[in-house]
Design a protein around this ligand. Structure first.
Ligand code: ADP
Ligand code: MG
Length: 683
């Protein structure tokens, strides 16, 4: 199975290279290259019953064949057929050889798309074959593969057929016998054979069920296995501390009802003996940070250390500063650890964390490096959790047995959250702090760009407000007409606003440079900040009221919403201008959604609708293997069964070390492995 595809009959180096580009390297990859869909060619209709636009099979006799040239290099071959109900014409472009393959009087099966043309019935994009007892491609469920790089459907089919004809190749069964029997799943060999060459509809269904079950089981087991701790493990029992009220008093605002509710739920969890595993979901700007701060205080008041992990340095820094502000008078010590902390500084911090001199450690993924040792960690918070990989998450919390809190602005349907985080509890902050005016969003075509700059930007700056301009890329690309941040900054500074203070921020800058620029913007030493999406997550500058997003068509809806959340954080009316450069219907629709709603949950749903669950799932949580055949929405029933089973398996054998689980474990490691590199290089 792990041999190169060149081992398969008929695949030479050239073909192998093409297949490689589809991600097919081993025989195993080939067998697991599943059809995108199945064309039902099994329904045979009488000619008189045919309906316009349907794709269908007819059984008929050839009455006439003719080829004529339409123009140079283009011929049409017309095959007239009849059955006992009527006549039809099969139309072929540039396939003259048809004339030599079939004769008048032959009985055939033809599959094609029906077009009713006046009184005539045509069948287009046709496939024909002789009527026989064992039809090859017609009269059955026909697999349609995702294709490109000059690989045809037939290529894939033939290659796979050759694999099956080679008796040396055995597909090992890795599902335990007990599970196969319990859920009446077919064997792997039957499943793979029938997904590529379905005997009939029933066989295809049985094969699909097995493969979907298997894929979901591997996903779920992997997530359980790499997750920290087990669900019913005993954790620290905190005691509610009155000093929390003092902090609440000292805040410049009162918590919203939703924030208070979330905080109560968190404190209750912390005070129970169960390990907390809670997700806080709240739209951008709903005030999750202060809830985190309060939970961390509770932890420290009980004599434990807390940690908070943010996906970017800017964000970590921002949390650090706002925590310092609150904690400086209370005697809680806070430190920050990121990729750019100097080696010497890092050593000092690590030492202090280890002997308990630091109460709260904030940082990026530098926090989960192995040499961070806490004296007594009590609570771990991850902000914008979906940005971290599955394995990273487990790592930080495995340093002790702390309570876990994750915070996200990406609304995740509960069922999906269950897969990702297991049996976690969810708090929802569904209310924005009072006095916020909803952000007004306007989408404009690129040709109005200049006007936007000259009027809106100018106006806001004159009122003393600040402006973000977000671009998709850092440097100008020759291939695509995408406005790059660097170029835009030059243009803004030199052409539009030589009199204003303009700064540039992007991911390729040094951390210290980023920090300086961010500080300048925060302290109103800049009027306009041109940036890439590095400012997407959590940055908080309440005086900024206008966000302009260039090439908005290049961003996902959820991302646009996140970006837009950088404005509207203060008491002023804020605006988001989406400049788009596309005439497509889909683009227009997406822009309209952004104009119409400020509700992150709704946007997330729409995004899901437009992009489909596969892609959506990937952007929500890094490090999850891609689903090839299962669909988290369509196959919810199977998923529920799988989850129950996965829980039983993990309960008995947390690291899948039993003999009968060896095969499964190997599969899981294989599927999750490919994603590890990406996890490590994120940010
Ligand atoms: P997010 O949920 O997106 O992380 P933040 O925690 O950054 O949001 O909060 C956004 C802004 O709202 C911050 O400036 C914060 O100080 C402010 N804020 C938070 N809670 C309240 C509240 N209850 N009343 C007023 N302002 C608040
Ligand atoms: Mg936040």
């Amino acid at each position: 199975m792990n041999e190169s595809i060149q081992y398969v009959k008929g695949i030479g180096p050239k073909k192998a290279e093409k297949l490689n580009r589809l991600g097919i390297y081993s025989i195993r990859d080939l067998l697991y290259y599943f059809p995108r869909q199945f064309e039902d060619r099994s329904i045979i209709k009488k000619i008189a019953q045919l309906e316009n636009d349907e794709k269908v099979t007819v059984k008929a006799i050839i009455t006439n064949i003719e080829t004529y040239t339409v123009k140079r290099g283009m011929t049409i071959t017309r095959v007239d057929v009849k059955d006992d109900t009527g006549f039809a014409k099969l139309i072929f472009f540039n396939r003259e050889y048809i004339k030599n393959t079939f004769r008048v009087g032959d009985s055939i099966l033809a599959f094609g798309k029906v077009k009713k043309n006046g009184g005539f019935i045509e069948l287009n994009s046709c496939e024909v074959e002789y009527l026989s007892n064992t039809p090859k491609n017609i009269g059955k469920m026909f697999p349609v593969y995702p294709l490109s790089y000059g690989i045809t459907n037939k290529d894939i089919s033939n290659n796979i057929r050759n694999v099956f004809e080679n008796k040396d190749i055995k597909i090992p069964e890795y599902l335990p016998k007990e599970i196969l029997e319990k859920y009446r799943l077919c064997g792997i060999e039957y499943a793979i054979k029938n997904i590529h060459f379905p005997q009939n509809k029933e066989a295809l269904k049985i094969a699909l069920y097995r493969l979907i079950f298997e894929e979901l089981l591997i996903l779920q087991l992997g997530l359980f296995m790499y997750r920290s701790g087990s669900e019913n493990e005993k954790g620290i029992i905190f005691k509610k501390d009155n000093r929390l009220d003092d902090i609440l008093e000292s805040l410049p605002f009162r918590l919203t009802k939703a924030q208070s509710r979330a905080l109560d739920e968190i404190i209750d969890d912390m005070c129970s003996e169960k390990v907390m595993n809670r997700l806080v979901q709240g739209d951008v700007g709903s005030g999750k940070t202060v809830v985190a701060l309060l939970a961390l205080s509770e932890c420290v008041f009980n004599g434990y250390q807390g940690a908070m992990m943010a996906p970017t340095e800017i964000l970590a820094k921002q949390h650090y500063e706002s925590f310092m502000e609150t904690f400086k008078d209370i005697g809680i010590t806070v430190e920050i650890l990121t990729g750019s902390t100097s080696k010497k500084q890092k050593e000092i911090i690590l030492e202090k964390v280890k002997n308990g001199e630091i109460d709260i450690l904030i940082g990026t993924h530098a926090l989960i490096e192995d040499n961070v040792e806490f004296k007594n960690i009590g609570l771990v918070i991850t902000d914008e959790q979906h940005r971290f990989g599955v394995r990273q998450r487990g790592k930080l919390s495995s340093k002790g047995n702390p309570d876990i809190l994750v915070m996200t602005a990406t609304p995740i349907p509960r069922t999906l959250a269950l897969i990702l985080y297991g049996d976690l509890d969810i708090s929802i902050i569904d209310e924005l702090p009072p006095g916020r005016m909803p952000i007004e969003t306007i989408a404009v075509e690129k040709k109005k760009r200049e006007k936007v700059y000259n009027t809106l930007v100018r106006k806001e700056v004159e009122k003393g407000r600040q402006v973000y301009i977000v671009c998709p890329l850092v440097e100008e690309s020759d291939v695509l007409d995408i406005t790059s941040a660097t170029e835009t900054e030059e243009e803004i500074k030199n052409e539009f606003f030589p009199d204003l203070r303009v700064g540039l921020l992007h991911g390729k800058m040094k951390a210290s440079e980023k920090e300086n620029i961010m500080n300048d913007f925060k302290n109103h030493k800049l009027d306009i900040l041109v940036s890439t999406t590095v400012i997407e997550v959590g940055v908080n500058v309440p005086n900024s009221t206008l966000m302009i997003i260039e090439n908005a068509e290049r961003f996902g809806l959820a991302q646009l919403h996140q970006l837009r959340g950088r404005v509207g954080r203060g008491k002023y009316q804020s605006y988001c201008i989406l400049i788009y450069n596309s005439k497509s219907e889909v683009c227009r629709k997406r822009m309209e959604i952004m104009e119409d709603t400020n509700d992150g949950f709704k946007i997330s749903e729409k995004d899901l609708e437009i992009r489909g669950p596969g892609e959506f799932f990937g952007t929500m949580q890094h490090g999850v293997p891609e689903l090839k055949i299962a669909n988290l929405f369509k196959h919810m029933k199977i998923l529920k069964v799988v989850q129950k089973e996965a829980r039983i398996i993990i309960g008995e054998d947390p690291n899948l070390e039993f003999k009968e689980h060896k095969g499964l474990k190997k599969e899981i490691e294989l599927k999750f492995k490919n994603k590890i590199d990406e996890d490590i290089t994120m940010n």
